[in-house]
Design a protein around this ligand. Sequence first.
Ligand code: PMV
Length: 330
Amino acid sequence: MPATACARANVALVKYWGKRPGPLNLPAVGSLSLTLAGLEATASVGPRAAGAPAFMSAGQAVEGTAARRMEAFLERLREFAPGAPPLAVEVGIGFPVGAGLASSAAIFCATAAAGLSALGLSRDRRELSRLARQGSGSAARSVFGGLVEWHRGRRPDGEDSFAEPLAGGDNWPLAMAVAVIEHGPKAIPSRDAMEHVAQTSPFFEAWIAGQDADLAAARQAVGAHDLTALGTIAEQNCLRMHATCFAARPPVMYWRPGSLAVIDEIRRLRAEGVAAWFTMDAGPQVKALCLENDLEVIATRLATVPGVQAVLRARSGAGVEMIEGAPPWS
Ligand code: PMV
């Protein structure tokens, strides 16, 4: 029964920010992302021994909200196999957790794949994406490699809210340099921030209203392999998302002085002719979108910026893979 899967983090270029009501974790907007090699999580799922924790990470029992969320997700998986024993998951993760590097996307995606495999179930990747979404929204996108679009969908049952690889995204050697400003968990988890911002930010409606145009422009840029167009949309979309946060009451501020210094440096690089565009998520880290060939130059420069603790180098990566056990997808 034990099964192990590996999934990578993804970083959105057009952000998921806002939910529709209900328990199915349905997004208020579509989104588009790049899956990253190297930012990996593995999840091993098997039966839960009596008295043992349901969620272990790096050899330690996870407690609190994160544990409750994972337990609920494991129960959700078990609903597909009536009579199966309770499940436990052991997660291994090789990058900073809870700091705006989408660790939850990699963790829940790997857990969904390993869980289905452990239960002996078979589902296509689209269904896996719908399931992963229920653990963490952005996990829906980590099912696939490279450039991925997660469709918002309209149906209340969430059947039309899944991710899939983006047309024209193949054979485009994209990469990201990730400037880590702060290790350690973020001040406000994205899930809580999203809800608070939706309820209190006067800019939230405008954010939602602008998303379809950004998605259409990003799709077109991907189809044409136009990095300038994609990077420009990514920066504008990121700034609009963070503007909703700044305007919330009380405000949500993920930015640190180091974040702004990295953004300045990316703009300077661009003025010098190096193709790099920034994006930020629910944390202070700044990611520079670029071509593989420019990754080293950009990463080396960002490492010199005051406030930068480390720079991770990530190329476009593959979707979820099985390490042990039969793949649940057909
Ligand atoms: O999947 P969640 O609930 O951790 O939300 C992710 C939200 C952002 O990272 C800020 C944006 C995105 O699309 O990944």
